[in-house]
Design a protein. Structure first.
Length: 162
């Protein structure tokens, strides 16, 4: 079992269908992770203690997904120097544009690496976390290169009739 180096956090249980795309990628690449519901608004004390302890517990990257007034990634970035990758979860009311704007427009000094809205963004968050870890992990770098090559190889050169 790989060490837990990535924290996947989300504002609500309802975010999990999106955020598990990040978990699937980390599973495929053999990266250890944990999953937690940590809400900026509903469980602020949990957010604070998670951020305070993240570096000391050995987390190297945090993937944070939230929807609507999505303050979780930015608040987490303010509480820890562990790099935070933000995933804007798609919402019913505003299709996730609300989430995107809430996450991406951080003030100078506390960056959040913001992904695309929804499941593609969550999957890319997993890949981004793996790429960060691969800078210091040769075996993971080899697995990530192979994953990317397999994706390229799966793309047909000529479009087919469905
Ligand atoms: C946010 O509010 C969560 O990240 C979620 O995307 C959104 C809706 O949460 P629920 O009302 O479904 O729990 O805090």
């Amino acid at each position: 079992m790989a060490d837990v180096s990535v924290g996947i956090i989300m504002g609500s249980q309802s975010d999990w269908p999106t955020m598990k795309e990040a978990a699937h990628i980390l599973d495929e690449l053999g990266v250890g992770y944990e999953t937690r519901i940590v809400s900026a608004h509903r469980t602020p004390d949990r957010l604070w203690s998670y951020g305070k302890e993240a570096a000391g517990r050995g987390l190297k990257v945090i993937i944070a997904g939230a929807g609507g007034a999505a303050h979780l990634p930015g608040m987490m970035a303010s509480k820890t120097r562990v790099p935070v990758i933000g995933v804007p979860v798609q919402t019913r009311a505003l299709s996730g544009v609300d989430s995107l704007y809430s996450i991406v427009q951080m003030p100078r000094g506390y960056p959040v690496a913001t992904m695309a809205i929804g499941s593609a963004g969550a999957a890319n968050a997993g890949l981004m976390a793996a790429a960060i870890l691969a800078t210091n992990d040769t075996e993971l770098a080899i697995r990530l290169d192979a994953w990317r090559e397999a994706l390229s190889a799966s793309i047909p050169e000529v479009p087919l009739d469905e």
